[in-house]
Design a protein around this ligand. Structure first.
Ligand code: DQA
Length: 146
């Protein structure tokens, strides 16, 4: 079983980027915590971050041929702009959960709309780094029930 975790632009700065909004946990910490959560489960976890929309599209397309079973994605600012990433996810038809560290609905109006939510299995926002673990727990439960 293969789970892919995708992180959009500026999430490489987690830990120092607007810590009041996004917390002090780094992306490496998030990946480490997720790996810990997978210990003992027959699951491979891969993580990819990019600041480039096309690279994220390429990674999603590759997931379609690599046998990725589930995607956990924080599209970051592309949440609110990227028809290309939305279309890539629809093309590969891999189920995904959308995660945001902050509660995007409690922020600026332009963050209230997501190009990903209506196609997602579910959406988690506002739980900080714990949101990724919640998404992973969901994925692990779902994949081991199949
Ligand atoms: C974010 C919310 C987005 O609006 C923002 O552009 C981000 C991060 C979040 O995790 O809260 O970069 O996706």
């Amino acid at each position: 079983t293969l789970v892919l975790v995708l992180h959009g632009p500026n999430l490489n700065l987690l830990g120092t980027r607007e810590p009041d909004v996004y917390g002090r946990t780094t992306l490496a910490d998030i990946h480490a915590h997720m790996l810990e959560r997978c210990a003992g489960a027959d699951v491979r976890l891969e993580s990819f971050q990019s600041n480039h929309e096309g690279e994220l599209v390429d990674r999603i397309q590759a997931a379609g041929t690599e046998g990725v079973d589930f995607i956990i994605i924080n599209p970051a600012a592309y949440t609110h702009t990227s028809v290309a990433m939305r279309d890539a996810l629809a093309a590969v038809a891999i189920p995904y959960v959308e995660v945001h560290l902050s509660n995007i609905h409690a922020r600026e109006a332009f963050r209230h709309h997501s190009y990903f939510s209506d196609q997602a299995v579910g959406v988690i926002c506002g739980l900080g780094a714990d949101g990724y673990l919640a998404a992973l727990d969901f994925a692990l439960n779902r994949l081991t029930q199949e």
